[in-house]
Design a protein. Structure first.
Length: 242
């Protein structure tokens, strides 16, 4: 599988895909700074989880499928003497690593801002924890977005993931049924870690959303869904898209 992932990584060389890993965190930080520099730590993480992470994952998946379809409409891939299932799983694995790399870039930007902005806290242990949780609780979006991009196209996957993050993310995340909406998981775990409401506002000290009992269930649910979607989404690809 490592060789498959190395090959998949090489196919993105000199493409816009790798640039997204740096560009999206940079846009997120700039956007949050322009909106409210006084609450940039809270604002940056909130916009990162609500808009920019879903956008980046959708773009990475959409571009991966778009690149593949340019290869004689997939015929170049299907003609390879290789396991189609492993090719698909390697796509998921590589994009997962790109997503992790974007979290590292994001934290690096926060660290740099802490050096140049007086009074800005920069990277703190809670920031590292929040980034790790955001990565883990959005992993399941990768196989889903790859499947949507393959079936319905580049534009569809962008619209679906962004709209779903808004509709099925913000509102359910603050309710008792947050477990039923996967898009709410990354928003829900930000509450106890950073003390922010899913709508981006600071939480009062007595808020029930500050309870950390949601973190482990959110991680487990995300990993289970990620594994399930990875296996299920590989089936149509391994059969030649039929």
């Amino acid at each position: 599988m490592i060789r498959y992932m190395q090959a998949e990584h090489l196919t993105s060389k000199r493409t816009f895909t790798r640039k997204l890993v740096v560009l999206i965190p940079l846009l997120n930080t700039a956007f949050s700074f322009l909106l409210n520099a006084a609450y940039i730590m809270i604002g940056t993480f909130n916009w990162w989880s609500v808009i920019f992470m879903p956008l980046m994952i959708a773009l990475l998946c959409g571009l991966s499928i778009k690149k593949e379809k340019k290869s004689a409409n997939d015929r170049a891939v299907y003609s390879l003497p290789a396991s189609l299932r492993n090719i698909w799983l390697s796509k998921i694995g590589v994009i997962s690593l790109y997503s992790l790399a974007s979290q590292i870039v994001f934290l690096a930007l926060m660290f740099l801002m802490g050096l140049v902005m007086p009074g800005f806290a920069g990277v703190q242990p809670k920031g590292v924890e929040a980034s790790a949780l955001l990565w883990l609780t959005t992993l399941w979006e990768i196989p889903l977005c790859l499947l949507i991009a393959r079936q319905f196209g580049f534009t569809a996957v962008i619209l679906v993931n962004i709209l779903a993050a808004f509709i099925f993310g913000i509102a359910p995340a603050s309710g008792s049924f947050w477990r039923l909406s996967p898009w709410s998981w990354p928003l829900r775990v930000m509450s106890p870690v950073l003390g922010i409401h899913p709508n981006g506002l600071p939480l009062p000290e007595n808020s029930v959303l500050l309870s950390g009992h949601v973190i482990i269930p959110a991680i487990l649910l995300s990993i289970i869904l990620f594994m399930g979607l990875s296996i299920l989404s590989a089936l149509p690809f391994s059969k030649g898209g039929r």
